[in-house]
Design a protein around this ligand. Sequence first.
Ligand SMILES: Cc1cc2nc3c(=O)[nH]c(=O)nc-3n(C[C@H](O)[C@H](O)[C@H](O)COP(=O)(O)OP(=O)(O)OC[C@H]3O[C@@H](n4cnc5c(N)ncnc54)[C@H](O)[C@@H]3O)c2cc1C
Length: 645
Amino acid sequence: MFKLSKRILTLILAFMMIISVTACSQETAQEPIVEEEGIFKPGTYTGEANGLNGTIKVEVTVDANNILEVKVLEHKESPGISDNAIISIPESIVKYQSLKIDTISGATFTSDGILEAVKNALLSSGANIDELMKEIDVSSEPGETINKTADVVVIGGGGAGLAAAVSALQNDATVVVLEKMPSVGGSTIMAGGQYNAVDDARQRAYEMRPELIAEIESYTKQEPVNETHKRLMEELAAQIEEYKANGSTYVFDSPQLHALQAFKGGDQVGNLELIETLTKGAEESIGWLESLGVEFHDEIATVTGALWQRTHQFVKPLVTGPIDAYMEYIANKGDDAEVMLNTTATELIVEDDRVVGVKAKQGNNEVIIKANKGVVIATGGFARNNEMVKKYDAHWGGLDNLGSTNSVSATGDGIIMAEAVGANLVGMEYIQLLPVGDPVTGGMQGNISINAANQLFVNSEGKRFVAEDERRDVLTRGLLEQPDQVMWILHDAHEYYNEEVRNDFNETIGQLVESGVVVKGETIEELAINMGVSPENLRATVDTYNQAVAGEIEDPMGKKLLQDPFDKAPFYASKRVPTIHHTMGGIEINTLAQVISKDGNIMKGLYAAGEVTGGIHGANRLGGNAIPDTVVFGKIAGESAALEK
Ligand SMILES: Cc1cc2nc3c(=O)[nH]c(=O)nc-3n(C[C@H](O)[C@H](O)[C@H](O)COP(=O)(O)OP(=O)(O)OC[C@H]3O[C@@H](n4cnc5c(N)ncnc54)[C@H](O)[C@@H]3O)c2cc1C
């Protein structure tokens, strides 16, 4: 009975379906096919808008309902500073199918420029822009747990972290690098690329002013504070005697002089063993970097606050040379190395008194990385963490009103994670300000300082107020004493000999003048008028400076590194303000980059390198000593971790 009923039912259903399909096909046969209306008219569109330095041009490809691809075709944004926005804003637009994307802080103008250019492109596709501007909800995306294991886990893909990764790989370890931003590089890739190191071959090309002998001898006559200090002074004294006995006239230098200058320049607060490791390592690391394919220019200058003519410059702009070389080395290691972008380390995993791994977040995913041998913390400084800056600053006050030169990623994460597992922190109260920040962003854009020996700093009255070859804290204090806390950097055609000459941030002087960031004059008086300062004052300032350069008078500001007279047109000036630049304090380490605990012991499995550490630069870092710090201690940390038993 049941079987029969079922068969009948099936037949009835089949009959009904035939009728309904016939009815449908009849319906479609009678009416024309109407293509469903899409959001976009399919195609590829271009759009333009202004970024920070000029026009950004994008190309957007859409089908009827989706944004398929966004490409930034052309831009004039500063490399390093804008990289994260140029990579991640197009990715996010495609991922979320929206123009309501958070801008990348630190690259806000670039982010806004890309979004506006994409909007302009999509307008041509007939898109309803209001629909694309609706809030997006990313919180509900499902997450998973990602588990990985490597010999060495490096937190932070900036200069120190990538140097550590390369060095660990060179010591046969497998490596995972965790990087919280959409691209590697951190503050390092934005840096001016000044690298202080003793370099006999290159420094011999320069003559030294005879009066500088007395300057270097003064470093041998200090009251020794410990045995290392005493030994360094004795070694330096012997080197100077030999130099004089040989009748040498080229620029004298040695790792001992470099170390004594860094120690004194940091108010004798730094750890001399670490400083000596830095200055010897800086010299040796030139060869290591060159072996990785990094090229240096042969010219040696004195970056602001470096105190001596030992500043090298990479051939590739900013610090892209070393970062590209590290990344190429890592890429060639195949499965032995992985760089996880957009992955924020949150916690160190400790088992049996040893650091054995790292917990991290990647979007909504949990990431757990076990480290067979060691974890290297290389997360940079904390200049971009207002809370920490306020908490630790003991020497300036009022820093919350200042901008910063740093990458937005410099939020002190590694210091917080290390302290949470018992690491000791040193020198946290020492925060470095620079007097050369951009008045709008606090960044380094438009900073034309290129050689301390040839630059003048003048205030809004056109008068000098400090010796331009001084330490950075002295320079900044001098600026803070000016009524409006605004100054101008002046250079002439001795450095900027044509429109194409670039500053340390890869901007040509021609571009900077065109954009109005830098003013120019064919005479001192014309320059003064364009700066809005008194032509009489500026003329008097320059005349006096030139007399000092000619040796006719003592420089009224006490500047010692005097090179060329300020007399070669055209003349250039760039307006500048104080800005937060470097945090000297951080995690305590020893010369093997092992982290030291609050009770003075070596913390097993934990290493640190770069600006996240403290104790090297003391109360004031010399200009050009931080990039060597990332290379030297990054390399040591990677090797130490890889060789940990
Ligand atoms: C504009 C500018 C110009 C400079 N110019 C010079 C110069 O010419 N010469 C010189 O010697 N010094 C210079 N300095 C200083 C020097 O660049 C820095 O001190 C140095 O580069 C810091 O390197 P780092 O590797 O320690 O940190 P960074 O390069 O900042 O790298 C840290 C990395 O860690 C990542 N990170 C942070 N937290 C986490 C986390 N929780 N999880 C995962 N990743 C994380 C960051 O995103 C970043 O990529 C300059 C600095 C700036 C800002």
